[in-house]
Design a protein around this ligand. Structure first.
Ligand SMILES: [Zn+2]
Length: 277
């Protein structure tokens, strides 16, 4: 069964290509994109509340300012991360923080039904995420890179990849104990991006550099509303790390601040008629 879904993940990526987006050797940005593209809907799927905001919230804030719809799906609250508080109590706090931060970044929030550290890569999870994709109708999906030191992150990646395909197939029912309403099939996902996260760096290569200079301050102020990012819970210096990373990636990309994404290897094809074009 696991292998079957491995094939499904490959099919999902092929579907993305067939339904629109093509790696064209321009760092994932199509020519004339700004003029021709309709408004995007970006669905950012993270294992824990805070993952997507800290890693790529500056891009999402910028896109929201440009008129895109931004939706966060937090598969778990990440409620197990505070040794000084019960999971129940910290979960309530994380829920409040997520709503505030996502709103400040210009996004909407969906909370998944899973518990921190127990995100499964199973059929129900795939169908749950597929149903959210059908409901939100994203053109762009952002999620974790495939490798991670945190199993919830790598499972979030795997579940999301399979869910993109399942969401597109009208014959697939996405009713689960968590999703009573089944939405119609959606095959409008044009692009899947993997965000840069300190826990997901094995094999990650920054490929797309997005200038976040304008949204940097809004992002830093917003994500600081999460207590764990502000530095009071974890010994990991989240805010300093990601601010510094944005400076480093900015220098590499020719901007003051930048956020990077990776894409699948087979999307990195550069196609030329000859060596000049
Ligand atoms: Zn996480």
């Amino acid at each position: 069964m696991k292998q079957t879904f491995g094939y499904l993940a490959i099919l999902a990526l092929l579907l993305v290509i067939l339904t629109g987006w093509k790696g064209d050797g321009n760092n994932g940005v199509r020519k004339g994109e700004k003029m021709k593209d309709p408004q995007r809907t970006i669905l950012a799927i993270g294992a824990h509340a805070g993952d997507m905001e800290i890693a790529c919230g500056a891009v999402l804030a910028k896109q929201a300012q440009l008129g895109d719809r931004v939706v966060f799906l937090h598969l778990t609250l990440g409620e197990g991360g505070n040794p000084k508080m019960s999971a129940g109590k910290y979960g309530e706090q994380k829920r409040r923080e997520a709503l505030e931060v996502d709103s400040l970044l210009g996004g909407e929030t969906i909370f998944g039904p899973y518990r921190d550290g127990e995100l499964p890569n199973d059929e129900t999870a795939r169908k749950y995420v597929a149903n959210v994709i059908r409901m939100v109708k994203p053109t762009d999906i952002i999620t974790h890179w495939k490798n991670s030191i945190h199993p919830d992150h790598s499972n979030a990646h795997a579940v999301t990849m399979d869910a993109v395909l399942l969401a597109s197939l009208p014959s697939v029912s996405t009713v689960t104990p968590y999703s009573k309403t089944e939405f119609p099939a959606w095959r409008g996902v044009r692009r899947i991006l993997y965000t840069e996260n300190w826990e997901d760096m094995e094999g990650y290569e920054p490929y797309i550099y997005v200038d976040v200079t304008e949204s940097f301050d809004v992002w830093a102020k917003a994500v600081s509303k999460y207590e764990f990012i502000g530095g009071k819970i974890s010994s990991f210096p989240y805010l300093n790390y990601y601010k510094s990373l944005a400076t480093v990636r900015g220098a590499e990309g020719g901007y003051t601040h930048a956020v990077t994404f990776d894409i699948d290897k087979f999307e990195k094809k550069i196609r030329l008629r000859n060596l000049d074009q």
